[in-house]
Ligand binder design. Structure first.
Ligand code: HEC
Ligand code: HEC
Length: 203
């Protein structure tokens, strides 16, 4: 059992309970004042870290995220079109222009790569798979860009995300499925783990 197999609901539930309580207090102020993206972003810090570099393995870092990818993600959560433990509820609390404001705020923040353990051998195998099957869209080893953030992202979060894609709980972006299937065919059972350890090695 590695960190990547951590139970999603167990790790989230306590945190979610506390944060939802905190948010109940904060949301009315948000609605009244219509503040800037930075002020709105304070409500996200409990899970996504101050300025968007998450310190908890189930919540992704959203610092330096491409603003369009950010907005698409929030809209998909809002419409229940993307599998989620918590974000579908949170996203419904924000208007489109507030989401835009936060997107630009987070896009300007520098992402601190997640400090996490990885297996160098697996990471090496993952680097080869990434280069061949993922780099075309996830450029510079998966650094934040117009296909989201993989490099330095938390491994458990990426693992849940890949499970969502592969089990059909999240729609694949165009042409990604073919490449994931090909990587799994080439790398066998270890392919996914290798890719995740490669992204974790980007620190
Ligand atoms: C209670 C914890 C929590 C809070 C508070 C929270 N998030 Fe999230 N966020 C998550 C988790 C967990 C995920 C992964 C999807 C899921 O399980 O819901 C996520 C995913 C995301 C993603 C997708 C990232 C990606 O790489 O695709 C975005 C964007 C996001 N959150 C933005 C926000 C914003 C903006 C706020 C504040 C308004 C916020 N979140 C508040 C826990 C939280
Ligand atoms: C043809 C382009 C393309 C290829 C090839 C591709 N991806 Fe993607 N991928 C995307 C796009 C675009 C997104 C973001 C869109 C979205 O959120 O739906 C994405 C999102 C992701 C995400 C979710 C990130 C997040 O936080 O939500 C993961 C994980 C991922 N890709 C892994 C991979 C891996 C691993 C490979 C190689 C085996 C790969 N992708 C190959 C285009 C691609």
């Amino acid at each position: 059992m590695g960190a990547e197999n951590m139970n999603r609901n167990e790790t989230m539930s306590k945190k979610v309970r506390n944060l939802l309580l905190a948010m109940l207090v904060q949301v009315p102020a948000v609605v009244l004042a219509d503040p800037t993206g930075q002020a709105l972003a304070f409500t996200c810090a409990g899970c996504h870290g101050t300025d968007g570099s998450s310190v908890g393995p189930s919540s992704p870092s959203i610092a330096a995220m491409d603003p369009e990818v950010f907005i698409d993600a929030m809209q998909a959560y809002k419409r229940d079109e993307r599998n989620s433990t918590i974000m579908n509820r949170i996203a419904k609390g924000y208007r489109d222009e507030q989401i835009k404001g936060m997107a630009w705020y987070f896009a300007k923040q520098k992402m601190a790569p997640a400090p996490q353990a990885f297996d160098p051998k697996l990471a090496e195998a993952g680097a080869k798979l990434h280069e061949k099957y993922c780099e075309k869209c996830h450029e510079k080893g998966g650094r934040p860009g117009d296909a989201g953030t993989l490099a330095g992202q938390w491994m458990p979060y990426l693992n849940f995300t890949m499970e969502d894609f592969m089990s059909g709980h999240r729609d694949y972006p165009r042409k990604m499925k073919r490449k994931v299937d090909a990587a799994v065919e080439a790398g066998g059972d270890e392919a996914l783990r290798a890719l995740l350890h490669y992204y974790a090695s980007k620190q």
